[in-house]
Design a binder for this molecule. Structure first.
Ligand code: C5P
Length: 418
């Protein structure tokens, strides 16, 4: 369990949903977490410190300038104690304060003082949630790495119906547990990669590698798009391992749910055309190697509707036009970098992969059979067969991070012969 022995600092702010805080503490401790609670000044009107002390087994923290509390566990110690800071409920006011980096009470001071990841579960009236200011503040804190759970839609304490209800406590605890599982995976991966640096550091030192990853989204209208199941995990694993092998990495990524590896330049894009523009720009800057790992949509909608398409007709037809082939365009440059492409095939893997190698004028291609269960798209494992004009190497099924390292090692050997 990912919350086992994790120190969770739970911030409670002053909305009606604060009365659920003791129950949330129980759910978190039930998953193995150690919980300390910080109450915002107004939340004490909805929930008593004593009940939170009883369920958490710890003194509840309330005041920034409290000599007694500072003599026990001061605010900086508390900020360091936390492995994760969860604010539930998070009011519109609290979100606004976070967006502006304010530190006028204990909780907001802790948010600035802690290196721990911050999660919020908003709760407010639906109109307040929809307000432009709240949404803009949310966007700001999201971009800084704060993760938002919910809110849910439904009947509210004020009688309104809409988005703004805090998620159920069991859902919040579950989401936090899952979020920590994916983060610890990434931390371990980055550490593993860093450890390999000792033995094989320098294999890609001095090389600038541009990597594409994830899916692309091809808009149909302002609210709909065409995409695919790519998780971005293979491309992100390549970025982590390339960094560990000493490369400078530019990661051009479609929309994915995984955090960017620390140390690389990430350019986030949506459509294939955006990805094409970003890659062509990035490869002009002394790029040595281009790895095309993204699952780029082959087609895009010819005319993206400016407004949401209404369901007035029983049938509708979308005209699609072909997207630029990013990999082929990079390989066709007058002074191209070393190019490594991917080929996801369901049959005749070697024939199609070799066909792409020749047609797109690539140096290497890594092919996988996506009809095999348990590997490829949206899976943590993969298996690859790597082709150059005159070689073929099979990399058996394994975790994508381990596979990425093997692939980069083979690639580095070929780059040096290039
Ligand atoms: O032709 P196909 O799409 O199967 O080729 C797959 C390879 O080409 C992958 O490396 C993929 O990232 C790249 N590609 C691309 N731009 C496209 C389509 C595919 O870079 N528009």
């Amino acid at each position: 369990m990912s919350l086992q022995n994790v120190n969770v600092l739970l911030g409670v702010t002053g909305g009606i949903a604060a009365y659920k805080a003791p129950d949330l503490v129980r759910k978190l401790t039930g998953l193995g977490a150690n919980v300390r609670v910080v109450l915002s000044p107004s939340s004490a009107a909805f929930v008593t410190p004593l009940s939170l002390q009883a369920v958490s087994g710890n003194i509840v923290h309330q005041h920034l300038l409290d000599p007694e509390a500072e003599a026990g566990m001061g605010h900086i110690e508390l900020a360091r104690w936390a492995d994760v800071l969860l604010i539930a409920p998070a009011t519109a006011h609290c979100i606004a304060k976070l967006a502006h980096g304010m530190a006028d009470d204990l909780l907001t001071t802790l948010v600035l003082a802690t290196p721990a990841p911050v999660f919020i579960a908003p709760a407010m009236n639906q109109q307040m949630w929809a307000a432009q200011a709240t949404q803009a503040n949310l966007k700001t804190i999201n971009e800084r790495g704060v993760t938002c759970f919910g809110p849910a839609s439904g009947e509210q304490a004020c009688g309104d119906i809409g988005y703004g209800r805090m998620l159920e406590t069991v859902e919040i605890a579950q989401l936090l547990d899952e979020a920590l599982a994916s983060r610890s995976l990434l931390v371990t991966e980055t550490q593993d990669a860093a450890e390999t640096q000792d033995s094989e550091s320098g294999l890609l030192a001095g090389k600038h590698i541009v990597i594409t990853a994830g899916p692309t989204r091809e808009a149909i209208d302002p609210v709909r798009y065409i995409s695919n199941h790519s998780s971005g995990k293979m491309g992100y694993s390549l970025a982590i391992q390339a960094l560990a092998l000493g490369a400078q990495v530019t990661l051009v990524s479609g929309p994915v749910d995984i955090p960017a590896p620390i140390g690389c330049t990430v350019i986030q894009v949506q459509s294939a055309v955006d990805m094409h523009t970003a890659v062509m720009h990035a490869v002009q800057h002394s790029c040595d190697i281009f790895i095309a790992c993204a699952a780029v949509a082959d087609y895009r909608v010819a005319d993206i509707a400016n407004q949401k398409i209404k369901k007035d007709n029983d049938e509708m037809t979308l005209t699609l036009v072909k997207n630029p082939d990013i990999l082929a365009d990079v390989a066709a440059l007058s002074n191209p970098p070393f190019t490594l492409g991917f080929a996801a095939e369901t049959h005749d893997v070697e024939r199609y992969a070799r066909g792409k190698l020749t047609r797109k004028k690539l140096n290497m291609i890594a092919a996988n059979d996506v009809s095999q269960p348990g590997i490829g798209f949206n899976q943590s494992d993969n298996a690859l067969t790597v082709f150059t004009a005159d070689t073929q190497i099979v990399l058996p099924q394994q975790d994508k991070l381990a596979l990425a390292k093997q692939l980069l090692t083979i690639m580095a050997h070929n780059v040096s012969k290039h």
